[in-house]
Design a protein around this ligand. Structure first.
Ligand code: ADP
Ligand code: GLC
Length: 490
């Protein structure tokens, strides 16, 4: 089979810039595709202010980007994804990108997010023209890249880019990118697209909807989420569009980067371990307790949380369940997260009340996130909705059975524990309530104290599972070929 040329455009790419799991996905799937022999190139904004980095080179030619009344200019930095030869092009244009947060500033979302990401889409395509590298497929992710397929279908249809097929991946339908129609003029997309069966929604441009209408094929990050978003309960108002395009939409589970998330090689840990020898995991638990100020209570299980503190993640259920859990059970908790101010306060308050038993680290720390995965006995993720979720897969690979609500990718990746049978990889519950979470934490706790053989089996089952990109990269390859074929016939 011939190799494909794949343009991969994302607002976040690990390790260059990361807000959530999209960065992990965008930093790892391209490596999986390259391993299959494809020519994949990643484009992402350059948000930093520091210029040169080791191994980065600036392209000699300035990039002219056809937006607004006159073209704007950008500089392009080229580097590679670590551990691979996959090129990454970082687009530097300070007026749009050189600022603190990727999406948000201190007062909420940046007011010009529509223009910033329209610029990214237009720049990615201009770069292809400049490099004289015309991809077979342009693959965008979430609302920030929603205008990419619109440009291919309209403004650029008559150019050499007009035959490029598009694939659009939904990582989270909750954020849709509502914008003033001025963004169309800025991107030089005809105003005739401002209609409900294209980019318009309630008098605004909906950039997510634009991607859903215009892309040749659609994917989302788990089969269960692919079903959920077709229903009014899970569709965030776009379920009619997703039903309309249902035949072009499939769910493909994310993989994880096992060169980064592997307890046998992870240099961020106090000790390394694998399925055959868990002594290192015990050392990681002791080190985690010391680092976070938890008492060295040899018997108690440690429950870990690493999460954005957003309503999607269901951590209000945990905050509500914890007072009773802490009172009735001999357990310890370590919580790492940042986001919603109310939740930050709730967890800090609980930590103050349960010193030595409950530690809350409000903030972002990649290092601590690895150490929590390794040093905990259980990983708690009670999401209300979870398109895929990566942290539960990291947890299972680190021998830390997750406690999750059965939704989206959590339902697809975690297998329910069957008591006394040594089956399963974690604990699932259905009802989004503090009560259901409380009982499930209790179930995990009693497994820790009363059924150590079962717990050992759960750990081993999770560690044996293959969550790497091997399978899913092949599924994306199929979708790309399917899209190329459909574009050719269009
Ligand atoms: P989402 O993308 O919805 O946040 P995922 O589970 O797909 O959820 O991915 C979250 C990613 O962000 C994981 O790599 C996780 O380790 C990381 N992460 C989330 N919060 C923090 C934090 N406070 N500190 C460090 N890493 C975090
Ligand atoms: C989104 C989703 C998360 C998913 C990630 C990567 O941030 O919330 O469930 O794992 O994208 O696809």
């Amino acid at each position: 089979m011939n190799a494909l040329k794949i343009l991969f455009v994302s607002p976040e790419v690990d390790p260059f810039v990361k807000v959530g799991g999209l960065a992990d996905m965008a930093g790892s799937l391209p490596k999986g595709l390259a391993a299959l022999g494809h020519d994949v190139r990643v484009v992402c904004p350059y948000y930093g202010l520091a210029r040169e980095r080791p191994g980065w080179t600036a392209l000699e030619e300035t990039l002219g980007v056809d937006v607004g009344p006159r073209a704007l200019w950008a500089r392009t930095w080229r580097t590679t994804l670590p551990g691979s030869r996959v090129p990454v092009y970082l687009i530097e244009h300070d007026a749009f990108f050189a600022r603190g947060g990727v999406y948000d500033g201190p007062w909420g979302p940046h007011g010009d997010n529509d223009l910033r990401f329209a610029f990214l889409c237009r720049a990615a395509l201009a770069l292809c023209q400049q490099l004289r590298w015309i991809p077979d497929v342009a693959h965008g992710h979430d609302w920030t890249t929603g205008l990419l397929p619109v440009l291919l279908n309209t403004t650029l249809r008559a150019t050499e880019l007009g035959r490029v097929a598009s694939v659009f991946t939904i990582h989270n339908l909750e954020h849709q990118g509502y914008a003033n129609p001025r963004v169309l003029d800025f991107a030089r997309i005809p105003r005739s697209e401002f209609r409900p069966d294209s980019v318009e929604s309630f008098g605004s441009v909906n950039m997510m909807k634009a991607g859903l209408y215009h892309s040749t094929k659609l994917t989302t990050v788990s089969p269960t989420y692919a079903r959920e978003i077709r229903t009014p309960e899970g569709g965030w108002g776009l379920d009619p569009v997703l039903r309309f395009r249902g035949g072009d939409l499939i769910g493909i589970l994310n993989g994880i980067d096992t060169t980064v998330w592997n307890p046998a090689t992870d240099r961020l840990l106090a000790a390394r371990y694998d399925e055959g020898d868990l002594r290192g995991k015990a050392l990681c638990k002791a080190a985690l307790r010391e680092e976070t100020g938890l008492a060295a209570d040899a018997d108690a299980p440690v429950f870990g949380v690493v999460s954005r503190l957003a309503s999607q993640k269901g951590l209000d259920l945990l905050a509500a369940a914890l007072p009773r859990v802490m009172e009735e059970m001999r357990v310890q908790f370590v919580i790492l997260g940042t986001g919603d101010a109310g939740l930050q306060d709730a967890f800090s308050g609980l930590a103050a009340r349960h010193r030595g038993r409950l530690a809350a680290r409000i903030g972002y720390s990649n290092e601590l996130s690895h150490r929590i995965q390794a040093g905990s006995d259980f990983f708690v993720m009670p999401s209300r909705a979870e398109p895929c979720g990566l942290t539960q897969m990291y947890a299972m690979n680190y021998g830390t059975p997750p406690i999750v609500r059965a939704t989206g990718g959590l339902a697809d990746t975690v297998e329910q524990y069957a008591e006394g049978k040594g089956l399963g990889t974690g604990f699932l519950f259905g009802e989004a309530s503090a009560r259901a979470l409380y009982y499930t934490i209790g179930w995990a706790c009693s497994t820790f104290y009363d059924r150590p053989a079962d717990l050992a089996a759960l750990r081993a089952n999770g560690m044996r599972k293959d969550f790497s990109w091997n399978r899913s990269a092949e599924r994306y390859e199929e979708v790309y070929r399917w899209a190329v074929e459909a574009r050719r016939r269009a």
